[in-house]
Ligand binder design. Structure first.
Ligand code: FAD
Length: 557
């Protein structure tokens, strides 16, 4: 490959799934020109991910996409998951995931953007539209076929319409999914089990209201010998996916013909209804994380970096949050505001999160092992053989469901993840103690934490702290030393928005200072909404103090 013939891009993104498209949009927001190449001709048309957690909804809110996502989402009131013999048949167990009113009030105090259930095939076009606004460019039907890395850049061979061309990029981000060709070319190994289960996902349209309206649910697990699987309500109207457990020892993928899929669906629904099968896709449940997220000028994000069991719904969310972490760092390096060492913090911050979410998702899958997939078929066989009565099996499944309820309620993992080392200056505070770190979120503004939501009023309008960050550096300080800190923010080598609480915005509850842990000091929030640095008390020279902190954060000597 000859680099001198190439087009040149500061960033080349391989893969136009949710991770790649969001990265393109975020880089554009930072003013960075990128090229995204996606080998398929359109965004995905097969709904897989649907749980969009609170942190991801906050990111979408900052891009103005949250209302559109809610418009396509399952109606807010749908809150059950159920275990049934088949959709029309008997219910064995159920969980109502609707939080009690007290919990709802607490959650509203923690985020202005509650989680939603909106399928990936509706999210991706929204991201693609945003990405298409530029300056980033998105090219569909374009495949990355090879790349060569060098100390000063990456040369990438692309194929489009049978023709090959070469482009040159300063940085490449592999968002090319679980089988990541980029990761393979770089020889980066995945750690963890590769095949925990095999599944065939059947996406279909049908009017199932006759059966579902009496027992609405987000998902139904079928306890059946022939069709053990998960039926997911995508829009609460006509869009459904059935994930059928696939016995790879016994059945080839070719045996999943349309006729066979229809038989499976009839069995799972328990009635001979009309349905329109839209797509059939196999997938393998894995619990793997890449051994590293960076190799020179190439970085891995999304499923290219980690593959989780879908139990808990963290795969896409973790990928979205990877690129949210990465976009501003790439922009800072490309604009010469930071050395490339800043990009090392991408791995030191995100790899532990990827590992934690992977282990948690795998634990969820193991906890439900007996009542989903092959385990469900085994239990159904015991029921059919009379080895267990319906009532006893029902009680056993309910016990497992109650024990595993935590995997549907993980605000601690969703909002409470925090970076211990990376692009931040730690202070002497300890992380808040949590009885259950997966479940419990305790808002705090320690360096590394997501800067918590707090309500302000500005010019008569209600505002969340989160609305202030919006892709930029933000310094917040109380009224006491506002003007000193304002001058300090203005005197740095990069733009920092300054907010004097009690001066530029009103704090009606008066709770900002204690929530953010400052008196006459200040808090510096990164463009991804995580706290980079804070100082509780006033200092003699705020400008120099802030400059010193920024140099550490950005890795500038
Ligand atoms: C059944 C199921 C349910 C799930 N539910 C949830 C959920 O509720 N919530 C959640 O957060 N996650 C969920 N997930 C996980 C989620 O689907 C994935 O984590 C997510 O799709 C990963 O997004 P991505 O953009 O990283 O990768 P992908 O969506 O895999 O996108 C990668 C893209 O790269 C392209 N590509 C690959 N190679 C090349 C190449 N050489 N050149 C150009 N393009 C290339 C591919 O065509 C593809 O479009 C679920 C997964 C499954 C299987």
């Amino acid at each position: 490959m000859k680099a001198d013939q190439a087009d040149h891009f500061p960033v080349l993104i391989v893969g136009g799934g949710a991770s790649g498209l969001l990265l393109s949009a975020l880089l554009s927001r930072q003013g960075v020109r990128s090229l995204l190449v996606e080998r398929n001709s359109t965004t995905c048309d097969h709904p897989q991910a649907h749980v969009v957690n609170t942190r991801s909804m906050e990111i979408f809110r900052s891009l103005g996409l949250d209302s559109e996502i809610r418009r396509h989402a399952l109606p807010m009131g749908t809150s059950h998951v159920r275990w049934v013999t088949d959709l029309a048949g008997r219910q064995l167990a159920a969980l109502n995931l609707a939080p009690p009113p007290k919990e709802i009030v607490l959650r509203m105090a923690q985020s202005p953007a509650p989680q939603a259930s909106c399928a990936q095939d509706r999210i991706e076009p929204l991201l693609a539209n945003l990405a298409a606004k530029g300056p980033g460019r998105v090219e569909f039907s374009t495949e990355m076929v090879d790349l060569e890395t060098a100390p000063d850049g990456v040369t990438v061979k692309l194929r489009h319409g049978g023709k090959e061309r070469v482009v040159h990029a300063d940085w490449v981000v592999a968002c090319d999914g679980a089988a990541s060709p980029t990761r393979s070319l770089l020889g980066i190994a995945m750690e963890g089990p590769e095949a925990l289960a095999h599944v065939v996902g059947i996406y279909f349209h049908a009017d199932l209201s006759e059966f579902a309206s009496a027992r609405p649910a987000i998902l139904y697990w079928t306890i059946d010998t022939e069709a053990p699987g998960t039926l997911i309500a995508i829009d609460g109207k006509e869009r459904w996916v059935f994930h059928a457990a696939w016995d790879v020892e016994r059945l080839s993928l070719e045996s999943y013909t349309k006729e066979q899929c229809k038989r499976i669906l009839r069995r799972a629904i328990g009635a001979d209804v009309d349905f329109d099968i839209r797509s059939v896709r196999p997938w393998t449940m894995a619990a793997q994380v890449a051994e590293r997220y960076r190799a020179g000028r190439v970085l891995l994000a999304g499923d290219a970096a980690h593959r989780f069991p879908p139990t808990g719904g963290f795969g896409m969310n973790t990928g979205l949050q990877d690129v949210h972490n990465l976009a501003w760092k790439l922009a800072a390096v490309i604009e010469g505001k930071a050395g490339s060492v800043l990009l090392d913090s991408y791995e030191s911050e995100r790899l532990p999160v990827g590992r934690g979410n992977c282990d948690w998702s795998a634990r969820n899958a193991a906890g439900l092992d007996k009542v989903i997939g092959p385990g469900a078929a085994h239990e159904a066989q015991r029921l059919a053989d009379g080895a267990v009565s319906f009532e006893v099996l029902s009680a056993q499944i309910q016990e497992i469901a109650d024990r595993e309820v935590g995997h549907f309620s993980a605000l601690g993992r969703d909002l409470g993840f925090s970076y211990e080392t990376g692009a931040l200056v730690p202070d002497s505070s300890q992380p808040p103690e949590r009885e259950d770190p997966d479940r419990d979120y305790i808002p705090n503004a320690r360096p590394g934490a997501r800067a918590p939501h707090h309500g302000f009023v500005k010019e008569g309008k209600i505002l969340s702290t989160l609305d202030l960050f919006d892709g930029q550096w933000t310094l917040l300080a109380g009224a006491a030393e506002t003007e000193h800190w304002r001058s300090a923010a203005a005197a740095q080598g990069l733009p920092i928005a300054f907010v004097g609480v009690g001066v530029d915005v009103e704090d009606p509850s008066g709770g900002f200072a204690s929530l953010y842990g400052i008196d006459a000091g200040a808090v510096l929030v990164r463009p991804d909404g995580h706290v980079a640095w804070r100082c509780r008390d006033g200092v003699d020279d705020p400008g120099a103090t802030l400059r010193h902190a920024l140099a550490k954060i950005l890795g500038n000597p």
